[in-house]
Design a protein around this ligand. Sequence first.
Ligand code: DX5
Ligand code: ZN
Length: 220
Amino acid sequence: MVCVHIAPSILASDFARLGEEIAAVAAAGADFIHIDVMDGHFVPNITIGAPVVKSLRKTTDLPFDVHLMIAPVDPFIDAFAEAGANILTVHPESGPHLHRTLQRIRAAGMKPGVALNPATPAGIIEPVLDDVDLILVMSVNPGFGGQSFIASQLRKIETVRAMIDKTGRDIMLEVDGGVDSETAPKAIAAGANVLVAGSAVFRGGPGAYADNIAALRKGG
Ligand code: DX5
Ligand code: ZN
């Protein structure tokens, strides 16, 4: 049985009560807190930046899994490290020097991740496999929560799983977008071991979080 980690995306939480929402999903069994950072340029939406992440750091000891949908990335790496991010994931399209960006993330004390958009081929990560601790397969186009899972990405998860297994390294394989109790088992069967979920965790309010998280984990 695969050990599956659940990473609630706070994009779907009540932003007026962010700290309480994080405490509630932590108490409900979350493994990571997934934080979507958007700049209105790399993706057509704006969310939050490093100062908010820093304020939220005191609400939980769970790892902060920060997904950067911004360009450029490099000028902000140190700010996210200082804010307390543990995993920092970037899209290859956000800058011309992916390898250097990943090295800078590691040098700043965080685990580097690479995110693949639905149209980005898995092969792009081959040359940087030694430099990543997480690969994120996007199962929706980045920018918004609440979209439907793009089934064709299951094949990409399988491909990435085979690439990771060949390295013998313990690289996390994360899936993000439209993950719910129907799609989670398919993503896990394809090889994912970290599930990001916004709508499927936060629907129903705090009283439902534990059941929502358990339902996602059951797929493993
Ligand atoms: C989309 C974000 C996702 C999003 C997932 O750009 O990267 O993390 O919050 O939301 P759901 O689970 O609602 O599809
Ligand atoms: Zn995300």
